[in-house]
Design a protein. Structure first.
Length: 216
């Protein structure tokens, strides 16, 4: 189905909404012209407001005319297909499959890390207690990043060299590691530094600061 209307991305608060961050980064990095619609989270009206835009009752939701895509990884894939700035998936077939695999693992995994260390972009919680299960999640993420950087990262500082949807999927983990400050292996620490200085990541942080400052 051809879509001629300007896409609308419905997102939650930039300080808290990790899933919104993923989709927003992908669309922004892809150079796609889209309208941003913010739904304030943690209010009595939040769910009813989201349901007016997203049949799943979740954000982000990408509105393409009459079509709604209420799922972050699918939005990232759509952004990769529509990208005006270059590929958001590796061109090599094997690397592309690995990129999708590690993105899917992020999508479905690491529940303990999510629960114990919720994303709060503007906060600093160094010394926050973490369970052994949370540290196992962190070690697995470090192993993924190490393997991606070693095997596919020769052309740049990101997981597959050039920025990809895998970087979008792991961006909220980057934010968590900055907020909670766990000890990281050198490759993971270097990746956090590189990913957090990506222009789209910096723009998201600036947006979070503006929302908090204005109370919006």
């Amino acid at each position: 189905m051809a879509v001629h209307e300007r896409p609308i991305l419905v997102i939650g608060d930039k300080n808290y909404s990790s899933w919104s961050m993923r989709a927003w980064l992908a669309l922004t990095t892809a150079g796609i012209d889209f309208e941003e619609m913010h739904v304030k989270l943690r209010t009595e009206e939040t769910r009813a407001t989201i349901l007016r835009h997203s049949p799943s009752g979740t954000v982000p939701a990408l509105k393409l005319g009459a079509v709604v895509i209420p799922e972050s990884l699918a939005i990232c894939e759509w952004a990769a297909e529509q990208s005006r700035t270059g590929p958001l998936l590796p061109e090599d077939g094997v690397a592309r499959a690995v990129c999708r695999a590690v993105s899917a693992e992020m999508h479905s995994g690491f529940a303990t890390l999510r629960k114990e260390c919720p994303m709060e972009v503007l906060a600093v919680h160094i010394g926050h207690p973490m369970s052994d299960a949370c540290r196992i999640d962190i070690a697995r993420i470090e192993a993924i990043w190490e393997a991606c950087r070693r095997d596919y990262g020769q052309d740049g500082p990101y997981l597959f060299g050039r920025w990809s949807i895998a970087d979008a999927m792991y961006a909220p983990v980057v934010s968590r590691f900055i907020t909670y400050g766990p000890h990281l292996l050198p490759t993971a620490a270097d990746y956090v530094a590189a990913a957090s200085h990506h222009p789209a990541y910096q723009a998201w942080v600036a947006g979070a600061e503006e929302q908090v400052a204005t109370g919006c």
